[in-house]
Design a protein around this ligand. Structure first.
Ligand code: PMT
Length: 406
C-alpha cells in the first residue's frame, strides 16, 4: 500500500450490523496505512458483531456509537459533536451498509449516531451495501439504493459469491482493494461518468509459442491494463477485459476474455469491437512470432541455430474499418525519440489518444505499480501525467477519453 495515497484525508467510516462488519477492521487498517485519518462510527447492532475496541485500536481514535452521552450530567460539552465531526470529514463511507441502515438513509432518518452524521455532513458519501442475497435483491432495498444514489452518493455494489448463510448470490462485501479504489475515485471528485459506456481494455503481454513449452513474450504484467479496466468499471462502464497471460486479479463484474497470442487477441477484438464504444489498447502485443510452432519440445541436442520470425498483424490498425464512431486510445512504449514515435503511432494507427510511457524510466512502464505518461490527443494537445499509481494514471487517461468528441 502506498502510504501517501490518502495522505491527510479525513474519513468517517460507518459500520452497521452485518456479518461483513468484521472485514471493516481490515478496511480501517488499510485506510490508515494509506495515510488517512479515520474516525469510526458504529450502529449499536454493529457493536454486537465486532468489539468497538478493535476499531479504536486500529484507527487510534475513539469509536462513536451513542448519539447521547451516557451520563446527562457530563454531556453538555458534546452537544454538537455530530456537526463538528460531520464538517471535519473529507469523505464518509458506510461499509458494510445493512438493509436497515440503507432504508434509514434513503428516508432521511437520524435516529442513531451514524444516520445523524449522514444528514449533517457536507462531504461526499460512499455506501457499500451488503446483505444476504434475498435481502439485497429485495425490491425496496434496491429502490432505497437508487434513491440514495440520486442524492449524489456513490454506491459500490455488493459482489456475488457464497454468503454467511450458505446461500450463493449477490450480497458480499467487495474486496478491500476494490473499496480502496472506489474511495480514490470518490475522493478525486470523479463520479460514475462512464455509465452507459461499453469499454474494451486490452492488457498484459502476448505469448508467441516456439514449441509447447517455450514462447517469445515481454515483461508486461497487466497492471496498467487491469488498472484502466478497474477505474472504468468503478466509473460506471460495462467492461470487457481482453487479457494476455497475467497474474493480476480482475473484478468479478468484468467480461474477461483470456488470450495467449497476438492472433488470439486480434480475433477476440474482432468479435467484440462492434458491441463497444471505446477501446483502450494497453496490451504489449508482440510484433513478431515464430514462423512455425514446433509440435514437440525442441530437444537440447537439436541446437537450432535460429528461430525464423514472421510479423504479427498490427491489431489496432487492422480494426480501423470497424472502429468508426468509437473512441480508440492506444499506448506507445518507447526507449528513444519518444514524442515523435508516439505521434507517428497516433496517426498511423488511427487513434484518438495515445499514452506515451517509457520502457527505461525507473518507476514507469512494465511491472511497476506506478507510471508516468504523456497523453497526446489527435489535435496534438498534450497532458503530462507525473509519476503516480497506475490506478490514478488510469483515471487521468479516462478523463481524457471522455474529452474525445465523436
Ligand atoms: O502491463 P504493465 O507491466 O503494467 O506495463 C504496462 C505497459 C508498459 C505494457 C503499457 O503501459 C504499454 O505501454 N502498453 C503498450 C505496449 C506496446 O505494445 O507499445 P507499442 O508502442 O509497441 O505499441 C503501440 C500500440 O499499438 C499499443 O497500443 C499496442 O497495444 C498496439 N499494438 C502493438 C503491436 C501490434 N502488433 N498490434 C497493436 O495493436
Amino acid at each position: 500500500m502506498d502510504s501517501s495515497r490518502f495522505s491527510g484525508k479525513k474519513i468517517i467510516l460507518g459500520v452497521t450490523g452485518c456479518i461483513a462488519a468484521y472485514k471493516s477492521a481490515l478496511l480501517v487498517r488499510e485506510l490508515v496505512k494509506a495515510g488517512a485519518e479515520v474516525r469510526v462510527v458504529m450502529t449499536p447492532s454493529a457493536a454486537r458483531f465486532v468489539a468497538p475496541l478493535t476499531f479504536s485500536t486500529l484507527s487510534c481514535n475513539e469509536v462513536i456509537i451513542n448519539i447521547f452521552p451516557g451520563d446527562s450530567s457530563s454531556g453538555t460539552s458534546q452537544n454538537t459533536w455530530h456537526i463538528d465531526l460531520a464538517l471535519w470529514a473529507d469523505l464518509m463511507i458506510v461499509a458494510p451498509a445493512s438493509v436497515n441502515t440503507v432504508a434509514k438513509i434513503a428516508h432521511g432518518f437520524a435516529d442513531n449516531a451514524l444516520t445523524t452524521l449522514i444528514t449533517a455532513r457536507r462531504c461526499p458519501l460512499m455506501i457499500v451495501p451488503t446483505a444476504d442475497v434475498d435481502m439485497y435483491n429485495y425490491v425496496l432495498t434496491q429502490e432505497n439504493l437508487k434513491k440514495i444514489e440520486s442524492t449524489g452518493a456513490y454506491i459500490l455494489e455488493a459482489e456475488e459469491g457464497e454468503l454467511a448463510s450458505g446461500l450463493k448470490g449477490k450480497g458480499r462485501l467487495p474486496e478491500i482493494d476494490k473499496i480502496l479504489d472506489a474511495v480514490s475515485v470518490v475522493l478525486s471528485s470523479r463520479k460514475k461518468d462512464f455509465s452507459g459506456r461499453k469499454v474494451i481494455v486490452t492488457a498484459g503481454p502476448t505469448y508467441e509459442d516456439i514449441d509447447p513449452v517455450r514462447f517469445i513474450g515481454n515483461r508486461s504484467s497487466g497492471k496498467m491494463g487491469y488498472a484502466i479496466a478497474k477505474a472504468a468499471f468503478l466509473r460506471g462502464a460495462e467492461v470487457t477485459l481482453i487479457s494476455g497471460p497475467s497474474s493480476e486479479k480482475p473484478y468479478q463484474e468484468f467480461r474477461l476474455i483470456k488470450v495467449h497470442s497476438a492472433s488470439e487477441m486480434e480475433a477476440a477484438l474482432r468479435n467484440e469491437i462492434t458491441d463497444h464504444d471505446t477501446l483502450i489498447m494497453s496490451a504489449a502485443v508482440a510484433d513478431f512470432k515464430p514462423a512455425v510452432k514446433a509440435e514437440n519440445k525442441i530437444k537440447k541436442d537439436a541446437k537450432p541455430a535460429s528461430i525464423e520470425l514472421t510479423e504479427n498483424a498490427d491489431i489496432v490498425k487492422s480494426l480501423i474499418g470497424l472502429t468508426a464512431g468509437k473512441v480508440i486510445a492506444g499506448f506507445a512504449l518507447e526507449t528513444e525519440n519518444e514524442t515523435a514515435n508516439a505521434l507517428n503511432k497516433l496517426k498511423s494507427k488511427g487513434l484518438d489518444l495515445i499514452a506515451l510511457n517509457s520502457a527505461v524510466k525507473e518507476g514507469a512502464g512494465f511491472e511497476h505499480d506506478t507510471n508516468e505518461l504523456t497523453l497526446i490527443a489527435k489535435d496534438g494537445s498534450q497532458t503530462a501525467v507525473p509519476m503516480m499509481l497506475k490506478f490514478d494514471a488510469a483515471n487521468v487517461i479516462l478523463d481524457n477519453v471522455l474529452k474525445v468528441k465523436k
